[in-house]
Design a protein around this ligand. Structure first.
Ligand code: GRF
Length: 223
């Protein structure tokens, strides 16, 4: 299997994914890093380790549809089987999502369905919740909405600042996203409606075995 990571900014999650591929945690080829922003540091991270990059800027297209049509041509050329969104700030069109139906993963820095949208961490902090977290989910045609793969929650202390909360969330994301991607690659995610069941590891990914609890994938609470 070959996959692409889509990123618009820093790319710290991309870095974690690159390392997980290098260590063999994700047994799939990261064949392309795509961005909608030529200034994205994520592109530099990919180039530094020799991963092919592609950048298409929205301003060069007449419509989101024409942009996504072009993008699909590049993805087909690169034989991309699935897509991982890691801080990708552009909405994909329903037409694009249909082409990669149940083959696009996203990470959101909050416990969905709470705090959807671009400012998940800031909104979590401002709301004053006592429990925050991270969600990895499949992408569907509504924002931050598709079936949930994994979630990790942690307690928010009264001493928390926006910066400390951000740091804790990123630390979890960097462990958590590679795990979720590995589950997908191993064929261990079974989707029925909104419910995603995680199957036990099996010699052959096509053999459906018993479901396992998410606990197996939880990382310890960061200090
Ligand atoms: C992450 O917090 C992710 O949850 C959100 O965008 C941020 C991207 O950070 N979707 P980075 O570019 O991976 O550092």
């Amino acid at each position: 299997m070959r996959f692409a990571v889509f990123a618009s900014g820093q790319g710290s999650n991309l870095q974690a994914i690159i390392e997980a591929v290098q260590k063999g945690v994700i047994k799939s080829e990261l064949a392309l890093v795509f961005s909608d922003n030529h200034k994205a540091f994520a592109l530099k991270r990919a180039q530094a380790v020799g991963i092919k990059t592609l950048c298409l800027e929205r301003k060069d297209y007449v419509s989101p549809q024409s942009y996504d049509r072009d993008l699909l041509i590049y993805l087909k050329e690169a034989q991309i089987d699935f897509i991982v969104l890691a801080g990708f700030m552009r909405l994909l069109t329903p037409f694009f999502i249909k082409e990669y139906y149940q083959r696009i993963l996203n990470i959101h820095p909050a416990l969905l369905p709470a705090f959807k949208g671009m400012q998940g961490i800031k909104d979590t902090f401002t709301y004053g919740v006592k429990v925050a977290g991270v969600t990895v989910h499949f992408v569907d045609d509504k924002i931050d909405h598709g079936p949930i793969i994994l979630q990790q929650a942690f307690k928010v202390s009264h001493k928390e600042t926006l910066e400390s909360l951000e740091a804790r969330i990123h630390k979890i994301e960097h462990k958590f996203y590679p795990k979720a991607i590995a589950l997908f690659v191993e064929g261990r995610l079974k989707i029925r409606g909104r419910k995603v069941t995680i199957l036990e590891r099996s010699a052959s990914p096509s053999v459906a075995k018993d479901a396992v609890d998410q606990k197996e994938f939880d990382s310890p609470e960061p200090s």
